[in-house]
Every structure is written in C-alpha cells, then in structure tokens.
Design a protein around this ligand. Sequence first.
Ligand SMILES: Nc1ncnc2c1ncn2[C@@H]1O[C@H](COP(=O)(O)OP(=O)(O)OP(=O)(O)O)[C@@H](O)[C@H]1O
Ligand SMILES: [Mg+2]
Length: 479
Amino acid sequence: MSNVVVSERIDSPKVAAQTPGQRILIIDDEAAIRDSLETLLTLEGFRVDLASDGFSGLDQLTRSTYDLLLLDLALPGESGIDLLPRIKSLVPELPVIMITAYGTVGNVVDAIRAGASNFVQKPWDNEKLLADIRVAIGKNLAEQEVVHLKRTLKQRVSFENIVGKSEPMLQLFDLVAQVAPSRSTVLIQGESGTGKELIAKAIHAHSPRRDKPFIPVNTGAVPSDLLESTLFGHERGAFTSAVAAKKGLFEVADGGTLFLDEIGTMRMDMQAKILRVLQDRRFMHVGGTQEIQVDVRIVAATNVNLEQAVKEGRFREDLFYRLNVISLELPPLRNRKEDIPLLANHYLKFYAEENGFPPPELATDALRLLMDYEWPGNVRELENAMERGVVLSNGPTLTADLLPAQLRGNTYSTALLEQRPDASLFDVMEDIERRIIADRLERCNWNQTEASEFFRVPLSTLNQKIKRLNISLKKRSRE
Ligand SMILES: Nc1ncnc2c1ncn2[C@@H]1O[C@H](COP(=O)(O)OP(=O)(O)OP(=O)(O)O)[C@@H](O)[C@H]1O
Ligand SMILES: [Mg+2]
C-alpha cells in the first residue's frame, strides 16, 4: 500500500470523525486475509493488531484492550468456535465478529449462541463489513454507557441526617463521598445556615478518621490571643493565667479532623500562624520550645467570600490557597426550592417527636408561603419556623397564620436588597412588580384580559408592562 493513499484517506474528515483510533484484533490463520483486512481497517482509521492462531490471540487479549475482535471460525487446531467461550470469559464486553467460509451456516448459529455479535462471509463486501463493525462497536459503547449510568445513579450517596434531593445537593453529596476518604484540606463556603457544619461532620464521618475526634473551633468568636493558646496549647507560666500546661485543639484532634469554622473573620496575625501548621503539621505550645507533630485533617468553613476578602487585603492569599485545595459550595435554599417541602416535613416530624405528638401536616397555603419565601437565613431559618409551628399548632394541620410574620409580610423587598448589594430600590420595585404580574397571569391561566381586569388597568398597559419587565409568556405559547 502506498503512503500517498494512506494519507489521503486518513486526512478525510469522515474517517477521522467516525473512528477515532478504535482498536481491532484480527485472529486468522491465513496471511492474505489478515493483510487485506488490516489494509482495509487501517485506511478507515482503526488501529489493528494481528494474530495467526488462537493461542497468540488470547495472549494479545490479555495484554491490550480492544474495541472489537474479528475471529476466524475455522482456525486450525482450536477452532474459533471453541475459542469463543474462553474469549467471552476473559473479556465479556468485547464484540466479536466471526469470519466464515461460504456455506457454514450451522456453525454460524453456534457462534452467535456462544456470544458472537455477527458474522461475515468470505469473500466479504468491504462497505458492509465496515458498517457491521461500526454497529457492533457503537452498540457496545452505548451498552457500556448505560451500565455506567445505572451504576452512578445507584451509587448516588445520601447522608443520614442531611436532607436534600435537588440536583445541586446530590452533586454535593457525590463530591463529599469522593473527598471524604483523603486527608486533603477542604474549604466549605456558603451563606449562613446552609449546612456547612453538617457537611463538615459528614466528611469526618465518612473518612477513615471517623473513630477519632471531630473538633469544631469557631475561629471568629474566640479572641485572637486566646485562640492561639486554644489551638496550639501552652506551657505552664506562658502567660499570667497559665497555671498549668494545656494541650491545644490541634493535639486533641490528632488522628481526627479539626473544623475551623468562620475562618473568614480570623485575624491576620492568627492567619499567619495557622498557615505554618497547615504547611507542615508542626507547631509549638505558646511559651514552648519543642515542635509538636500532629496528623490532623483540616476542614474550614466561611460565609464570607474569601476571594473577595483576599482582594480587599483582609485575608492572606497564601492561606486561601492552602485551604482551597478542595472547595465545596453550599447552595442557598432559594436556589433549590424543591428541597423546601422535604426539609419542612423532616423538621415537623423531628420537633413533633421531640414534643411527643404526631407531626402536623402542612396546609396548602402554608406550603405556598414556604415556597415563595426567599429564606435569607436558609435551612436554619426554615428549621426554626418549623419548630415554632409545631409548638404553636394545636391540631393536625400547620396553617399559614402559624408561620413567622416575615413569610407573610413584605420583607421580600428587604431580603432582596440585602442579598443583592448592586440592586437599587427601583430594581427591587421592578422585581416585585414582575413577580406580582407573573403570579397573577399564572393564576388566570395566562389570560391577559382577566389579569388586566384583576389589576384594574387597561389591557394595553398590562401588555406594555409584560414587555418592559420581560415576563415570559411561555406557558401561553405552548398551549
Ligand atoms: N440539608 C440539610 N438537612 C437537614 N438539616 C440541615 C440541612 N442543612 C442545614 N441543616 C440544619 O440547619 C441548621 C444550620 O446548619 P449549619 O449549622 O450546618 O449551617 P452553617 O452553614 O454552618 O451556618 P452558619 O454559617 O450560620 O454557621 C442546623 O440545625 C442543621 O442541622
Ligand atoms: Mg456554621
């Protein structure tokens, strides 16, 4: 075969796109057959290996991974059909196309029964053979994909006390399961009340350190000088009140996990000291002279945007990179509203049990309020609302009037201003107008005349507002 021909064919985009270097093994005792198949398949962009008997064929199959096998039915000695079960037990997923001489139909049936995908009769038609090969490889890839998908779906993790079925939470659970076993430092970011501490505990509980201590420290709440001796311990007489030597939390957490909470508000001088320990897991007691080595996994959490804090010079950049080895982001509750009913029921049940009565059911209007609210305090705020509701409800139903006032009041605007520092009062007003109009349109099944009557404005005015506020009328257009 000439080089010119090869390069012409391989350069063709059709070839490159269809067969990105898939590997085929040919087992045939006839050199002429092997050669012509090799030429044909190489020109089509496949990577081809050859074997002239069953023994060396099996040997190749154990050493390399193939996408397809072309197997001669009538090999001398151990025939292709005898070989097939051994090949199938070695590489069960491998598609096999049998090469048969004309008129051996009975054997072909046996071969298909033994697991061959298809057969080709000599002399073969090139185009048909290529088509069969592509079908067999494609089908196999698709099957593998399904198996892989099923496996991943089945293995999606859940954690005992962490409620959540929304996609961002499921993704987070997967990530937690993946990172938990290692010793890598994890940084958990998220708004207040989103469950950062819960996730930190789950990481510890799913790590090989689970039987060793999980030690949380609120690094923002402890005063800086006290924080140093709390974390690193001190020698007797290190400072006035140090009447006896004391271990620090880094030592207490040895073998386990130290949870540095609210790390974003830690003072700069402490940040420098923490950085040193993170680098080599060594430190000294306050007032001490001996280095102490510990094996501690660090999980840190913050509800301030650390990257922003770095830019503003409030947080050390080097410490940020040390902490940010694996970064987990907890989504705010308003971005995963499908979790609201689950969480609400979870906490209704929990607090009802604690108070010794059956959990009340959420009334429809109460659920609607829960779904409409923006939850600036996230899960903690929802949990508190449910606890309050359980205590206040006297009957089997939790009605809307038993929910905190902010869920009913017009605090949405304030919440919005707090969440979006870039938004002006006018943006907020527009947002409210957009919500009210969209909500009404949905309730009257996208009938604009009915909505304009409800709002007591001309239809043309409503129309203009819909356009200006960019309200999507998609439901209407789908009908
Ligand atoms: N997915 C969840 N499922 C069940 N309970 C949750 C979930 N997320 C949070 N909670 C509950 O909400 C409360 C707040 O969670 P947590 O203390 O972990 O939040 P946080 O992100 O650390 O908040 P902060 O930044 O204010 O410290 C806890 O009582 C916790 O059990
Ligand atoms: Mg917390």
